[in-house]
Design a binder for this molecule. Structure first.
Ligand code: NAD
Length: 528
């Protein structure tokens, strides 16, 4: 059988820009001004390719200037969920039979189009979720990567799978089939990349979906869905359904027509979705598959032989990049007592140098947290955190009208303390002092999560020990624990961090597929 796509270039990660040159800065300034000009628009639902308005809307605010409405999205109703599942079910009949080359081709064209509109998507995310310029550019680059990578992966999986030769006179095949209609429920924090990656993985494998975006990132999602429709995505393959978590999200998960749920978000919501999806609705003909990527309480271990400058730089980048609002963010630094004070000095110095403010300004290092609820939650943690350790820097709101939180470091924290165990999802770092490397690894593993982790040491034996014992889905040695690249660092965690899948890895698409094994006895009829 000929290869399906001989002319496709090998996958390469999209570069992330630094905006050090005048031209790229001018391009971004122009995009920010264009995006600002669209503030206040209303974004309709998309069901079966039709744009549908309704009486209720949900505002998506600029977290750096909460008085500004980036856009209003129409709030879907349970009837809309019903309609969207109907059209997605109908569209599945033809989309599942559309050649994989066409489905992958659509992803490649979407990647090219997002690449052309990079500044535009960056600007949307700077306003809608408070990303700095570089963080926004990395998010857009990752979205392009997912589209390019999953397109290639779908083509690879459509090639004949190697099987053991049969002892019988027969021909054997293994074919991957899509599952059906999926609910795609992304978080807000990688507003473009995760939402686009989850959607792309589901549709390139022949499934159809109902996408319920996060209300905090629903405008960015609306623009991505528009882009897919502009490129000729058939009606009903992706239905866009923003709305309430319960009346839309949970209704979608519970419905008998839903075949699978692809969720990324917090542990609490992931567990709830898993529970709802496990119940069998009357008339349901399958066990729903749940793919859940959840939170983390990620640690960086700093051994007594570490390069302390590098460790401090890695901890600060991992803890305070995007205001600590990454599932991979370092929220615990576990530091050997022999270097503890020197490490703290260095990490505090670097943290105090960070500029907090409105990320429209390219000089800003740390933008706002996403919304009022997150802001209050972080201060609730800080209140108990003050009693759980020694506040070294930060601890309060930073100036401005937005949800700005000072990058905060609390030292001498007990490993069992609340701020050392629960995901805070803000710029808060707990530092834990340890007596040695064995202790450090035991404490690093001592939460219910298992997402990312890093170790700074120069000792090859300790590196080996960390490789064997540090129980995380993504382990980094002598580098920061954030910034996973599609294809290079397949991403996803263990335990309460999710269902052990790896986004951007060679196994990911299999979660959206089921395999059919075929044996054809040789009677002189050829097929396959
Ligand atoms: P969240 O759990 O609050 O919401 C995620 C999505 O679920 C949103 O679209 C939300 O509207 C929806 N939702 C909420 N309740 C629901 C329900 N009962 N039924 C159906 N849908 C429901 O998370 P968030 O605040 O958007 O994102 C931050 C969280 O995501 C953090 O915990 C972070 O660690 C995690 N995250 C994990 C990864 C990963 O790859 N493991 C990546 C990014 C973010």
């Amino acid at each position: 059988m000929p290869r399906l796509a001989p002319s496709i270039e090998p996958f390469r990660n999209e570069p992330v820009r630094t905006f050090a040159d005048g031209a790229s800065r001018a391009g971004m300034m122009a995009a920010l001004s264009r995006a600002h000009g669209t503030f206040g628009l209303t974004y309709p639902l998309v069901i079966g390719g039709e744009r549908i308005t309704g009486p209720g809307t949900i505002p998506s605010l600029n977290p750096a200037q909460p008085a500004e409405i980036v856009g209003d999205v129409v709030a879907a109703t349970p009837q809309d969920v019903h309609d969207a599942l109907d059209v997605a079910t109908e569209a599945f009949a033809s989309w599942s039979r559309t050649p994989v080359t066409e489905r992958a081709g659509l992803l490649f064209r979407a990647a090219a189009e997002v690449r052309k509109r990079k500044d535009w998507f960056n600007a949307l995310m700077i306003y809608e979720v408070g990303k700095t310029w570089v963080e926004a550019d990395a998010d857009t680059a990752e979205a392009i990567d997912f589209l390019e990578f999953y397109g290639r992966e779908a083509l690879r999986l459509a090639e004949p799978a190697p099987l053991v030769p049969s002892p019988y006179p027969e021909d054997n095949f293994l074919r991957y089939l899509p599952l059906g209609v999926g609910a795609i429920i992304p978080p807000w924090n990688f507003a473009l990349a995760i939402m686009a990656g989850m959607t792309a993985a589901a549709i390139v494998t022949g499934n159809t979906v109902v996408l319920k975006p996060s209300p905090d990132a629903a405008v960015t999602a609306a623009h991505f869905v528009d882009l897919l429709l502009e490129l000729g995505l058939p009606a009903g393959v992706v239905n866009y359904l923003p709305g309430d978590a319960l009346t839309v999200g949970e209704t979608l998960v519970a419905d008998r027509r839903t075949r699978f749920v692809s969720f990324t978000g917090s542990k609490a919501v992931g567990l709830r979705i898993n529970e709802v999806a496990a119940a069998t609705a009357p008339g349901q003909r399958w066990i729903k598959r749940v793919i859940a990527e959840m939170g983390g309480k990620d640690a960086i271990v700093v051994a007594d032989d570490a390069d302390l400058e590098a460790a401090a730089a890695g901890v600060v980048a991992s803890a305070f990049g995007f205001a600590g609002q990454k599932c991979s963010a370092c929220s615990r630094a576990i530091v050997d007592a022999a270097v503890y004070d020197r490490f703290l000095e260095e990490v505090v110095r670097r943290t105090r140098a960070l500029r907090v403010g409105d990320p429209q300004d390219p000089a800003v290092d740390v933008g706002p947290v996403i919304n009022a609820r997150a802001f209050e939650r972080i201060f609730d943690y800080l209140e108990s955190g003050r009693a759980e350790g020694r506040l070294l820097t930060g601890g309060g709101p930073a100036p401005g009208d937005g949800y700005f939180v000072e990058p905060t470091i609390i030292a001498d924290v007990d490993p069992a303390a609340r701020i050392a165990q629960e995901e805070i999802f803000g710029p808060v770092l707990a530092v834990i002092r340890v007596a040695g490397f064995d202790d450090a690894l035991a404490i690093a593993n001592g939460t219910e999560f298992g997402l990312t982790g890093a170790v700074y040491t120069r000792d090859p034996a300790r590196i080996e020990q960390a490789l064997a014992e540090f129980f995380v889905g993504n382990l980094y040695i002598n580098r920061k624990c954030t910034g996973a690249l599609v294809g290079v660092h397949p991403f996803g965690g263990f335990n309460m961090s999710g269902t052990d899948s790896k986004a951007g890895g060679p196994d990911y698409l299999l979660q959206f597929l089921q395999a059919k094994s075929i044996a054809v006895a040789r009677l002189g009829i050829t097929c396959g």
